[in-house]
Design a protein around this ligand. Structure first.
Ligand code: AMP
Length: 547
């Protein structure tokens, strides 16, 4: 017997309709490329999204077509999210931090038909355009006529102006109903190994992920929140915030391209931001700015942090010095991205050190997604906080296959997706990432966590950033090598850096050498590029012994 309830498909257009109908006075505030602020309420956003569908249709876009964006967080990018998916086409967010070669590759792989881009990327587009497979019919710059650049494009690719097209279009479009499993957006993984791979989200997975984002254990947004996604809309759909905020009716404050500490702090205060989300590098930049300038943050109390491991020292500093809670989240492109969340709570009698260690874990699985750890033979490991294993996940918003591959091809026989992360899960089901599986250090057959060593290194007062990699060792196979970047104006002595580990790790975990460098390489999504570091420093310890 079936239930007798109404059955409406879970469609992305329903989110923007809800925001316009029930929270129409709430707004999206965007910092433009020139630094000025643009404001638009949700009634206008929904109307312009419908007008944009007419633009897409006039340019020949059909349901199922892929339409690319190369843009910062701003109101036009949000209009594109809702218009493209809402009409049944696929919004392909391209990460501008990829190389021009990778940009061309993923646009050719997706067979994008149009590209909507911010002016910042005019040069990158001119470089990538001849190699992006010939399917792109036009590049539409997200600007007024007066701002249009003179980008040279290959024959057959038109150069168009967004606001011109919008001015000429009607708003008479009505959002269609279709199967909720229809593809809605496409995001390529950052490609730390090999070519980027596409993850194709559906309307259903996007809505369920947004509901989960808004549950109290997770980001729990409310209609009076003012939410600033610092995480870019080209990195896993800004972690779902462009959907989750509108679903809650919360206002959005979009920082555009200015993501340095001073710009972020200024916008947070000016626009009374109550919640924000970003990667550790961004929050580290904010902390440095606050300390150097003496500026305080007046309205924000919670910051979600993820994308890379959050050093406990960062959680501690924001908490003690600014009364701000850092909420540690873990996920990946393949999980839309939210997988686990460390919900803040207090435990009576818990020591400061124990509380900090607890907050620094990546947290518990979010309802709708399950996790487990397995050994190299696929045997599940206990959740005792000691056993570590390969982290697997399965759930409503987890990829089953990469774009272009057969359904289910990314899963094992039981339907689990292997994340490539190594983790422990404790008795309270709180998960801690110890490494990417290809980054673990295997010393004499025992594992050493590079993340744990990095987190301790950055607690040194003069260390700005740290990376630990496995270096080849004649006796132990691999030993940890620590690379550190000094803070501006400071110098670092290897022996002094190593003293920071006193009493914090077993002696055999101590890095064998410390290399002081000016900067560390990063991937397109801001993660340390350990691949590059390994290529350069893998033989460092062997070379040293031979010298
Ligand atoms: P991406 O698909 O680019 O979002 O990268 C996903 C990967 O980033 C994960 O598989 C992890 O290796 C890493 N990652 C994401 N969040 C965290 C976190 N909170 N702590 C440690 N690593 C993380």
């Amino acid at each position: 017997m079936f239930g007798l309830m109404q059955d409406h498909p879970l469609l992305i257009s329903t989110i923007v309709c809800h925001a316009a109908r029930h929270h129409g006075g709430n707004e999206i505030v965007s910092r433009s490329l020139d630094g000025s602020l643009h404001r638009q309420d949700y009634v206008t956003l929904e109307r312009r999204a419908r007008r944009l569908v007419r633009v897409l249709q006039a340019l020949g876009v059909e349901p199922g077509d892929r339409v690319a964006t190369l843009a910062w967080n701003g109101f036009r990018h949000v209009e594109l999210y809702y218009a493209i998916s809402g009409m049944g086409a696929v919004c392909h967010t391209v990460n501008p931090r990829l190389s021009n070669d990778d940009i061309a590759y993923i646009m050719a792989d997706a067979r994008d038909v149009l590209l909507f881009a911010d002016l910042t990327f005019a040069a990158a587009i001119a470089a990538a355009a001849p190699n992006c497979g010939g399917s792109v019919r036009a590049v539409v710059f997200l600007c007024d006529r007066a701002e249009m650049p003179e980008t040279k494009l290959p024959p057959g690719m038109a150069l168009l102006c967004y606001e011109d097209l919008m001015a000429a279009a009607d708003e008479d479009f009505a959002w269609p109903q279709f199967d909720e499993r229809t593809a809605a957006s496409l995001c390529y993984t950052s490609g730390t190994t090999g070519r980027p791979k596409g993850v194709l989200y559906s309307h259903r997975s996007t809505l369920l992920h947004a509901y989960a984002l808004n549950s109290a254990n997770v980001m729990g947004l409310r209609s009076h929140d003012r939410v600033m996604p610092v995480v870019p809309m080209f990195h896993v759909n800004a972690w779902g915030l462009a959907y989750g905020a509108l679903m809650a009716g919360a206002s959005l404050v979009m920082p555009g391209r200015h993501l340095d500490g001073a710009s972020v702090a200024g916008l947070m205060n000016a626009e009374r931001v109550t919640f924000s989300a970003g990667v550790p590098t961004v929050w580290l930049g904010l902390l440095h700015h606050l300390r150097a300038s003496g500026e305080r943050l007046h309205t924000i109390r919670r910051l979600a942090i993820g994308g890379s491991a959050c050093p406990p020292a960062l959680i501690d500093a924001f908490d003690r010095e600014y009364g701000l809670t850092l909420e540690h989240a873990w996920g990946m492109t393949e999980s839309s991205p939210l997988g686990t969340y460390n919900t803040p709570f207090t435990v009576e009698g818990e020591s400061d050190a124990a509380a900090l260690a607890r907050k620094a874990r990546q947290g518990q699985a979010i309802f709708g997604l399950d996790i487990r750890i397995v050994d190299d033979n696929g045997v599940p490991q206990p959740h005792d906080g000691i056993a570590s294993g390969n982290l697997q996940m399965r759930g409503q918003w987890v990829a089953a296959a990469y774009y272009g591959n057969p359904p289910g091809s990314a899963l094992d026989a039981e339907g689990w997706f292997t994340t490539g992360d190594v983790a422990t899960i404790d008795a309270d089901s709180s998960m801690e990432i110890t490494d990417r599986s290809k980054d673990v250090i295997k010393s004499g057959g025992e594992w050493i966590s590079s993340i744990a060593l990095e987190n301790i290194a950055v607690s040194h007062p003069d260390v700005a950033e740290a990376a630990v990699i496995a270096a080849t060792h004649p006796k132990w196979d691999e030993r940890p090598l620590l690379l550190v970047v000094p803070k501006a104006g400071r110098t670092l002595e290897p022996a002094d850096v190593l003293r920071v580990y006193d009493g914090k790790v077993a002696k055999w975990w101590l890095p064998d050498a410390v290399v002081v460098v000016e900067e560390l390489p990063h991937t397109a999504t801001g993660k340390l590029s350990k691949l590059t570091l390994r290529q350069k420093y893998r033989g460092y310890l062997v070379d040293q012994t031979q010298m």
